[in-house]
Write a new protein. Structure first.
Length: 323
C-alpha cells in the first residue's frame, strides 16, 4: 500500500457518495507498501480502505484480484471483501484510474516476530491453499524470475553502476550470477496453485495473538505453491541483523505441515526458491530506490536488507529441514 494519487475531502466525498456506507467521518492516506494508492476511510457505517490502482498494475488483471477476494470470503478466509456501489459495481473509475473499496480488517501487524507467529503463518498458508484450490481463474506471476530479469536489465540501463556500488560493491555482478543460478535450477515441476505472493508482516494483522486478517492481494497469482513459503522465509524468518532464525523457519514449516505433507524433493528445493524470492525483492527494491517519485508519500525500502539475505542464501543451505 502507498499514496501516489493525492485526494482531498471533495474527491473522497465524490467517490463514497455512490456507496451505501453513510457520511464521511475521516480519511487519511496509508503510506505502507509500494504498488497502489490507498486511503483509510471511516464513515458512519464503519471503516473501509479505498485502493486506487496505479500504472504498474495491468487493469485487465484487476478482476482476478477482486474475484479471488470474493471467492476467499465466501470460503471463510480472512481477506477483505470488495464493496459494491449502489449500481452493484465493484470496480469503478476516478478520473483516469480504476479503484475499489473494501472493508477494513481489524488488528495490527507484528513488529517483534516470534517463532509461534511463524507457526501461525505456516498454517495460514495451508488454509489459503486449501480454500483457493477450486478457484478457476488464472494469472501468471508478474514478478517471476524472467520478469525480475527484465526489471534488472532496466536497472542496469537507468542506474549507473557506480551508484549501485555505493550500496554494495559489485552488486550488478552478484545479482546477475545469482539470477543465472536460479534460472538454471528453478523447480518448475513442483505443484502449482494460488499464492498470495506478498505475505509480508505489514500485510498480516494479528488480534489477541491470532491472525485476524490478510490484505493486499494485488500480487496474487498461480505459481509454485512452495514459493509462498520461500517468500515468508525471507519476510518473517530473519533476525534484525539479517541472519536466518532457524527456529522461526522450523515453526513455519511445522504450521504448514499440520495439514499438509512436504516431500524431501520440495524441502530440498526450498533453498533455491528462497534465493529466488530474495532476488525478487532485491531487484524491485533497487529499481524503486532510484525511481520512486520524490513527491509521493510512499516510504522507499532500502535494498540493503535483501542484499544481505541473498548473500546468506548464496552461502548457506536449508539442509536442517531434512537432514
Amino acid at each position: 500500500m502507498a499514496v501516489y494519487t493525492k485526494l482531498n475531502e471533495i474527491d473522497v466525498l465524490s467517490i463514497i457518495k455512490d456507496y451505501p456506507i453513510g457520511d464521511l467521518i475521516q480519511f487519511k492516506g496509508i503510506e505502507e507498501g509500494i504498488e497502489n494508492t490507498n486511503y483509510f476511510i471511516e464513515s458512519k457505517q464503519g471503516k473501509f480502505v479505498l485502493t486506487i490502482f496505479e500504472n504498474r498494475v495491468n487493469t485487465k488483471e484487476i478482476p482476478f484480484f477482486i474475484n479471488l477476494m470474493n471467492f476467499l470470503n465466501k470460503n471463510n478466509f480472512i481477506s477483505p471483501k470488495p464493496l459494491e456501489n449502489k449500481k452493484g459495481e465493484i470496480l469503478n473509475k476516478f478520473k483516469t484510474k480504476k479503484y475499489i473499496i473494501v472493508n477494513f480488517l481489524e488488528g495490527k501487524s507484528k513488529i517483534n516476530i516470534k517463532p509461534y507467529d511463524c507457526y501461525l503463518i505456516g498454517n495460514l498458508i495451508s488454509d489459503l491453499q486449501y480454500k483457493s484450490q477450486n478457484y478457476n481463474l488464472n494469472r501468471k506471476n508478474s514478478l517471476s524470475l524472467e520478469d525480475c530479469n527484465k526489471i534488472f536489465k532496466a536497472c542496469k540501463n537507468s542506474i549507473p553502476e557506480r551508484e549501485v556500488n555505493n550500496l554494495s560493491n559489485g552488486l550488478y555482478d552478484l545479482i546477475e550470477s545469482s539470477l543465472n543460478d536460479c534460472l538454471e535450477k528453478w523447480p518448475t515441476h513442483l505443484p502449482k496453485g494460488i499464492i498470495h505472493g506478498d505475505l509480508f508482516p505489514d500485510n498480516v494483522f494479528f488480534l489477541n495473538n491470532r491472525i485476524s486478517g490478510v490484505i493486499d492481494f494485488y500480487f496474487s497469482c498461480v505459481d509454485i505453491k512452495l514459493y509462498e513459503i520461500a517468500i515468508v522465509i525471507n519476510a518473517w524468518c530473519f533476525d534484525k541483523n539479517n541472519t536466518l532464525n532457524i527456529e522461526r523457519v522450523k515453526n513455519l514449516i511445522k504450521g504448514f505441515t499440520l495439514n499438509n505433507e512436504l516431500t524431501k524433493d520440495e524441502l530440498q528445493n526450498l533453498h533455491i526458491l528462497s534465493k529466488g524470492a530474495s532476488l525478487r525483492f532485491l531487484i524491485t527494491r533497487l529499481f524503486d530506490w532510484y525511481h520512486t517519485p520524490q513527491d509521493s508519500y510512499v516510504k522507499k525500502k532500502n535494498p540493503q536488507e535483501y542484499i544481505d539475505k541473498l548473500l546468506y542464501f548464496n552461502s548457506n543451505t536449508l539442509n536442517f529441514l531434512y537432514e
